[in-house]
Design a protein around this ligand. Sequence first.
Ligand code: MTE
Length: 331
Amino acid sequence: MRKHSGTPWFPQPAASAITPQHIFAERRRLLQLLAATSATASLSPWAAREAMAAPAAMDKLAALPGKASTVPGTQLAAKPTPWDDATSYNNFYEFGYDKADPARYAPAMPTRPWSVRVEGLVQKPGTWALEDLLRLQPMEERIYRLRCVEGWSMVIPWVGYSLAALLKQVQPLGSAKFVEFVTQADPEHMPGLRRGGLDWPYTEGLRLDEALHPLTLLAFGMYGRVLPNQNGAPVRLVVPWKYGFKNAKSLVAIRLVEHMPATAWVKAAPHEYGFYANVNPGVPHRRWSQASERVIGQGGLLAPKRATELFNGYAEQVGSLYTGMDLKRYY
Ligand code: MTE
């Protein structure tokens, strides 16, 4: 009789014997990454707190105040996540897969001098020193909800200005249809790079009209201070209607391109991550329902979950970008 489960009744070749070695090794690294992300995600904030590293010391970070933004949708009336949670429960895989790794290892990453290349299909390509980016526009404070695909959210008062301000300076060509974001990959200071998993550097992308939307933020600070390293110092992207992984940290290049760029997560697991990544309670991720979310810093294990909103609550501002698009297909 044939066995239907358990140990196979016939000798099994090792996967390494039938798959080329480099593909086998890469696949194994990816599985490790996926296992690590789901293991940490299933922790409640209460349990995760056990694993937390020390939060950033707020008083050691330079002040970076911003005037309350008047862009519609930027002043969410919700209690901000406590600073200690926002700076010790992070995803920044370049520093490791544990939620506490970024707080542990990111402080050693040098963030000065820093510059961002703005290149590709633009009239005026160039390298922007951080100081020039800081001077480009008056800083605004914007309170956004960040919704992670793992099923938790935070409310963060960011400081920065619309990415559109920078894009207008460089004058995109008519052929530019997408924007690719490239982030820092510094093997000396980022221990996570040695573990593989994602195809470093971590990259992300937006359609040009998404990148030009006034809600799309180039952030330099949070809670009135410059960004702590674990949160993406010295400059990151924040796109509040999309899942957290779109919010590329520690940007080094912004590239205007004609075709949809391959992003780090889509390359790693195309069946799990889409390019658009718009928050949508009706489209579950393969491993996590997206119907509700745990609000980090509020109540822990027994706290009721919050119902997730379409476009993370920003449907009024951004819904028209997707008119006629099948959001189940283009997730
Ligand atoms: N940016 C880089 N460079 N590397 C990363 O691993 N993780 C993303 C995003 N940006 C990530 C990144 C994910 S999965 C999330 S949820 C958010 O950052 C988390 O941002 P926060 O730690 O400031 O809350």
